[in-house]
Design a protein around this ligand. Structure first.
Ligand SMILES: NC(=O)c1ccc[n+]([C@@H]2O[C@H](COP(=O)([O-])OP(=O)(O)OC[C@H]3O[C@@H](n4cnc5c(N)ncnc54)[C@H](OP(=O)(O)O)[C@@H]3O)[C@@H](O)[C@H]2O)c1
Length: 254
């Protein structure tokens, strides 16, 4: 079985790195663009080969589409997928009905990985469930097979990654503004956020709502900070921004 990638950019590289970490790493063929990324992948992994054209990649059994939406039409011009092939689109907003409209004989799904797939961690979403794809990615993180296409982006949650790091940056700045060294402030914040994430991962659903209470002393500073942030409406902002931004850009299909 051969796997192809048309559009060898950031997210394709992460998916390829993850796939190459599997005990039975698949043979992969990548499109020549991006030149630097595809050359680097072929140099790093014995089972990754760089093709000379998108059409050459399109002959693979499973073909991932990994370009940005504005480059889609140009990248797939003249490309055909037929019976026995699987098309896996990672392209934001490329609706399943459009994929099926282009290549009615191939099986098709949408797949939204996040960069952690490179190290086998983090969430990914797919629709519909194609057994080969579910089997391929189940070992590489938390794969969510959603009930319908409109749920693929989880209400825009996957657009929160860089904002999370901006928040992390702001917290580190709190430390440095208080005279803590950059190294210590960064180390403290990363360790604290990591600890909170791991705690949440190990908390059963029945106890999940207790995490807030368990991480604040009554009348203590955590409680006061949270109460003050609540009073400013701070926790309502992400939902409003995510809703507005993702709906504006991708429409309801994500
Ligand atoms: N980044 C993420 O975390 C993430 C997660 C899930 C889904 N996605 C989706 O995945 C897609 C790619 O995102 P990305 O962040 O990986 O973008 P990216 O780094 O810009 O990668 C896009 C790739 O497409 C290539 N490309 C452009 N036109 C092409 C053509 N005609 N033929 C072949 N390749 C072509 C680009 O090559 P050049 O550099 O030569 O132009 C580049 O390698 C987007 O639709 C995005 O919404 C991204």
């Amino acid at each position: 079985m051969q796997i192809g990638f048309i559009g060898t950019g950031t997210i394709s590289a992460a998916v390829i790195e993850g796939l190459q970490s599997l005990p039975e790493a698949p043979d992969i063929v990548v499109s020549p663009r991006s030149e630097a990324t595809s050359l680097a992948l072929a140099a790093r992994f014995a089972k990754v080969r760089r093709a000379t054209s998108n059409a050459e990649v399109a002959k693979a059994d499973i073909v991932f589409l990994g370009m940005r939406p504005m480059h889609l039409e140009e990248a797939i011009a003249g490309i055909g997928f037929g019976e026995g092939q699987i098309v896996v689109s990672m392209v934001a907003g490329f609706a399943l009905s459009d994929i099926q409209g282009h290549w009615p004989k191939a099986r098709a799904c949408r797949f939204i990985p996040l960069p952690g797939v490179a190290r086998g961690i983090g969430p990914m979403a797919t629709y519909p469930a194609i057994p080969e794809i579910v089997k391929l990615f189940s070992p590489l993180g938390d794969l969510f097979v959603v009930a319908d296409e409109t749920k693929l982006n989880f209400g825009g949650l996957n657009a929160f990654m860089s904002a999370y790091y901006e928040l992390q940056r702001a917290l580190i700045d709190v430390g440095t503004s208080a005279g803590v060294s950059e190294t210590d402030a960064r180390g403290f914040v990363v360790s604290m956020l990591g600890m909170l994430a791991v705690t949440a991962q190990h908390t059963p659903a029945a106890s999940f709502d207790r995490l807030v209470e368990e991480h604040q002393t009554k009348g203590g500073l955590n409680e006061r900070v949270r109460t003050n942030l609540l009073a400013t409406g701070w926790f309502d902002v992400p939902a409003a921004v995510l809703r507005e931004t993702t709906t504006l850009n991708y429409g309801k299909l994500g």
